[in-house]
Write a new protein. Structure first.
Length: 188
């Protein structure tokens, strides 16, 4: 019996009605429905203080808990844009707690939603590009395709939380399967 691949879901936006939070929740549902070998645990990082290097020696409990949740995961799924830098700063510090840097070497994937509907709208494409550069510096291995960049996010969701665009849901499932495959290749 193989163990379940635990994916830490981290939403860039902390806003209650965030389109990225809705996208991450839908991705969690799609994972449960279509990718039985994995599960997404959404990590709440809203209680993290602003990163302060003076706190590394005696970090707040919220930082320790956050790092433990990521450290216990097999992979990471970021939903961006949003103020992820603060969360990444805390998670990547090697001097905090017993876990050290809990991001290095982790397989990761990125999804994102943007409000734009105009032709050429990227649906978080720019934010994803910047995040990819950061992840490379953190020694994280990212899934490159398919790209999940939801445009017109405010009108993209049905009342039940599913997406109007079923092709986008298929892309999300494919991205999750790619993340599982990347995790399996990285374990070898």
């Amino acid at each position: 019996m193989t163990s379940i691949i635990r994916i830490a879901g981290i939403c860039g936006s902390l806003r209650r009605e965030s389109a990225n939070k809705k996208l991450l929740l839908r991705t969690q549902q799609l994972c449960a429905e279509h990718v039985p070998e994995a599960r997404i645990d959404i990590i709440d990082w809203s209680q993290l203080p602003i990163f302060n290097q003076d706190l590394e020696g005696d970090p707040p409990k919220s930082v320790i808990k956050f790092k433990e949740e990521i450290g216990d995961s097999d992979a990471v799924l970021f939903a961006t844009p949003g103020p992820l830098k603060n969360a990444i700063d805390w998670a990547s510090r090697s001097k905090i707690g017993d876990r050290g840097d809990v991001l290095s070497g982790k397989p990761t994937a990125i999804i994102g939603a943007g409000p734009g509907t105009a032709p050429g709208s990227s649906g978080s494409g720019r934010a994803q590009l910047v995040l990819r550069q950061t992840l490379a510096c953190l020694n994280m291995v990212a899934v490159n395709t398919p790209s999940v960049m939801l445009t017109g996010a405010y009108a993209a969701f049905k009342e039940d939380g599913s997406l109007e665009n079923k092709k986008m849901e298929e892309k999300i499932v494919q991205l999750l399967k790619e993340l599982v495959g990347l995790h399996n290749r990285c374990k070898i």
